[in-house]
Ligand binder design. Structure first.
Ligand code: ADP
Length: 577
């Protein structure tokens, strides 16, 4: 009786452990939402030097072994940490992940081939046999082909399916042909078939698309855009060929971690019902940014990687015209030298209007989301975009170009009907953007209407609720599982668990309904759900398992200190091994 899915979510970055962009936000919040639906989802990422010490010092060593990357023989450490109910595994190898940069390394083709192989090989060792391995972006592109080529002849792996999510098609992991043999140890037939290469180079992104069982990307609009040459980054033909397996699911954000009523990173808390805290945020932000403290001037902000994708050339084209308006502009970003210098220069020329913060600072980002009036995101293309979702949550009105996920999440304000949750423009044209900013400024100066729009923006729900369920639906479809049946089984399990916990009920009477807990597979959480097992005893059971190997019979449980005859008698009825 299957009552939950088992999923391994594989990502090269996961917030709050390590982040360079939106992928980390997704990997740090989608698994929690899927877990809340009752599934066993775990996350795995590289153990980078950049992970804050607060987390590193709490990692628990699980095990270590060696694996091969081509001819290289490498150590693999597997450490773990539970965060918000989800187990995160960290693949530890100082040679590959103790670096100054996450991705800017000459041997990144080896780093991430190693990561994929280590992930696959750790699974039987940690005794986790997922139904689905969910990979993300080019860094995990080789995993599906490795699984199919090297592992699926073994029983343990044979039923595992893969999902591959494209978060940004621009970054593909393109390397020389020698990588096929030297790093991936793959047969040359894959090159001849064309599934691993594009433009005479090995392409990790293409591999992920071609060899995974299902492909998703992070919004419906981007899913259709990438099938066209303009957005397809050279791989549009691959996406058209795989169109039947390609789905678009819009990203969400964590509404618990990003909650203006309780967020302690912002200056003052507030809600849609009482916006006074938002104005306090604006005042304090202006003060911190060295800008004149004025309530009547619209604060426009931009928080972004400073790269071409983000539409920064549009800003560059009209910035002097824009700054003739009575506005303040706050920038937070790092990236290409040209754009960093451009914003520094604007900051120097307009000290009373512009604050350019050329750095990465997640606390300041939060303060800006809360303290601004308008959030600018004029992207040339945008797979999903998260900045506009954070803005909505904090009552800051997004002003975006209609592309990708921006198109799916922001509906333009209609001056006649009052509908919409932001401002949008269609063409990639600087003056169209300027005109739209002026529309927004105009509305800002009608405080009653503006307040209404702010409250309206805050009422939109872009939490993971809906999208997490869309992923679960896809997983079920891929596994050929009837989701309704799964849900029914889940309900049944909940009932049984309740009965198990209630000592008044005699377990024997329940016959087939009883789903015993497997002593060798149960997580700490599963164990503590049983009457008589607290967190301390659950730890001891798990420790015993990792030191002695599997329980070979239930009697072995008596060897654990704290399991007396009476407790053993009770537990025996609820456990299997
Ligand atoms: P992308 O993944 O293309 O960078 P997204 O909008 O999907 O774009 O996600 C960007 C994420 O990175 C958001 O959470 C945004 O707040 C954050 N971010 C970008 N630049 C900075 C910065 N300089 N400081 C802090 N956070 C940043």
């Amino acid at each position: 009786m299957k009552n939950k899915l088992k999923i391994l979510f594989v990502s090269s970055e996961v917030a709050p452990f390590a982040k360079t962009g939106g992928l980390a936000d997704v990997a740090g919040s989608l698994p929690q939402a899927i877990k809340e639906e009752g599934h066993d989802i775990r996350v795995v990422m590289p153990q980078y030097r950049q992970i804050p010490w607060d987390y590193l010092q709490n990692l628990e060593h699980q095990l270590h072994f060696r694996t091969r990357v081509g001819w290289r023989d490498n150590y693999v450490g597997v450490n773990s940490l539970e965060r918000e109910g989800v187990i995160n595994y960290f693949i530890d190898n100082k040679n590959y992940f103790d670096r100054d940069s996450l991705y800017d390394n000459k041997d990144k083709h080896i780093q991430f081939a190693y990561f994929c192989r280590a992930v696959l090989e750790m699974l039987p060792k940690i005794n986790f046999q997922p139904d689905i391995i969910h990979c993300n972006d080019w860094q995990t592109g080789p995993l599906s082909i490795m699984l199919k080529e090297n592992y699926q002849t073994y029983d343990f792996y044979k039923d595992i399916k893969t999902v591959y999510t494209i978060h940004n098609l621009r970054y593909q992991g393109v390397f020389g042909k020698e990588v096929l043999d030297d790093v991936l140890a793959l047969h040359s037939k894959y090159w001849d078939w064309g599934v691993v290469c594009h433009d005479d180079c090995i392409n990790y992104m293409k591999m992920g698309i071609e060899m995974s069982d299902m492909i998703t990307t992070v919004s419906k609009t981007y899913a259709s855009e990438i099938k066209t040459p303009y957005f397809g980054e050279g791989l549009d033909y691959v996406l058209r060929m795989n169109a039947d397996d390609l789905y678009g699911i819009v990203n969400g954000i964590s509404y618990q971690e990003n909650d203006p009523t309780s967020d302690n990173r912002i200056y003052a808390n507030y809600s849609a019902d009482n916006l006074s805290g938002k104005y306090e945020n604006k005042r304090r932000l202006q003060e911190d940014m060295g800008l004149p403290i004025r309530e009547d001037v619209p604060v426009i902000s931009l928080i972004s990687r400073l790269v071409e994708q983000k539409g920064l050339d549009l800003i560059s084209a009209i910035v002097d015209e824009l700054l003739q308006e009575d506005i303040q502009l706050i920038i937070l970003g790092t990236g290409e030298y040209f754009y960093e210098e451009m914003f520094k220069d604007i900051g120097r020329r307009y000290p009373n209007k512009v604050a350019a913060n050329i750095r990465y600072d997640s606390n300041l980002a939060q303060k800006i989301y809360a303290g601004s009036d308008i959030f600018l995101m004029p992207s040339k293309y945008e797979p999903c975009g998260l900045g506009q979702l954070f803005s909505l949550r904090y009552g800051t009105i997004p002003l975006v170009r209609e592309t990708g996920g921006l198109n799916d999440t922001i509906k333009s304000y209609n001056e006649v009907t009052g509908e919409g949750n932001g401002f949008t423009f269609k063409n990639y044209n600087a003056h169209d953007m300027l005109y739209t900013i002026r529309r927004a400024i105009n509305l800002y100066h009608q405080p009653e209407l503006w307040d209404k729009l702010v409250r309206r923006a805050m009422s939109f729900d872009f939490s993971w609720n809906k999208s997490a369920n869309e992923y679960i639906e896809l997983y079920c479809r891929l596994l050929g599982i009837n989701q309704e049946e799964l849900d029914k089984n889940k309900e049944l399990e909940a009932k049984v668990l309740k009965l198990n916990m209630n000592s008044e009920n005699k377990v024997e009477g329940l016959g087939d309904l009883i789903q015993k807990v497997n002593l060798n597979l149960a997580s700490k959480e599963n164990l503590t759900e049983l009457k008589g097992i607290g967190p301390h005893l659950a730890d001891k059971i798990i420790n015993y398992r990792s030191q002695e190997g599997m329980f070979k019979n239930l009697d072995e449980l008596k060897k654990i200190k704290g399991v007396g005859n009476k407790l053993f008698g009770e537990l025996k009825k609820l456990l299997t091994y």
